[in-house]
Design a protein around this ligand. Structure first.
Ligand code: GRF
Length: 195
């Protein structure tokens, strides 16, 4: 049974779907949910689902990313995760942190990578006049939003879409895609899934 830890920064809607998916004959179970903000709404949701949680407030560390990440690693490695899933985690991780979990760390990004790495992905897709948008689950490597793609889900961009409209449409697909990719990844399948 693979042990999965999840990192969040906010509401954790993707985290909730991941936790709910790891049941029955699923090859993994959630062992911990962490946040970089003690007020992250997702922490209470994880606790309600019976999963242990922790928070490491990044603000006291100011620009000392290494010290912040050392505390994250200390808390995470106490439960010996086989897989680390970033789900709405909004801190950029240093190459040292990535190397520590390389090959077993996933992230979901709200664009059809390699298009639109970084922020404001929906506004950029609308601005570019793209006919479709979507989400990508990828392995995390030292290059931001650029690791091997494990899955993608596509949605149409509709006339008059605001970034909020598109974000909501993409989020529905994120909630399908991430659990499906995590299940395959936990079973040792790193093939690409296109929903
Ligand atoms: C989602 O758009 C996700 O793609 C991005 O963070 C946003 C919020 O995710 N990574 P969640 O509701 O906190 O899971």
């Amino acid at each position: 049974m693979k042990r999965v830890a999840v990192l969040i920064s906010g509401g954790g809607s993707n985290m909730v779907r991941l936790l709910e998916s790891m049941a029955g004959d699923h090859p993994a179970r959630a062992v911990l949910v962490g946040a970089n903000d003690p007020n992250a709404g997702g922490l209470a949701k994880a606790a309600a689902l019976g999963v242990d949680t922790f928070a490491v407030d990044h603000r006291p560390f100011e620009r000392d990313r290494a010290a912040f990440e050392a505390e994250l690693i200390r808390q995470l490695d106490a439960v010996q995760p086989d897989i680390l899933a970033l789900a709405g985690f909004m801190r950029i991780l240093t190459p040292d942190f990535v190397r520590h979990y390389e090959g077993r760390m996933l992230n979901i990004h709200p664009s059809l990578l390699p298009k639109y790495p970084g922020l404001n992905t929906h506004a950029r897709a609308i601005e570019a006049g793209d006919a479709e948008a979507g989400a990508t689950v990828h392995e995390v490597t030292a290059d931001l939003d650029a690791g091997p793609i494990l899955g993608q889900a596509r949605v149409p961009v509709l006339p008059g879409d605001t970034p909020g409209d598109l974000a909501a449409r993409v989020l529905v697909q994120e909630h399908r895609l991430y659990p499906a990719v995590l299940r395959r990844f936990a079973a040792g399948d790193r093939g690409r899934l296109d929903l």
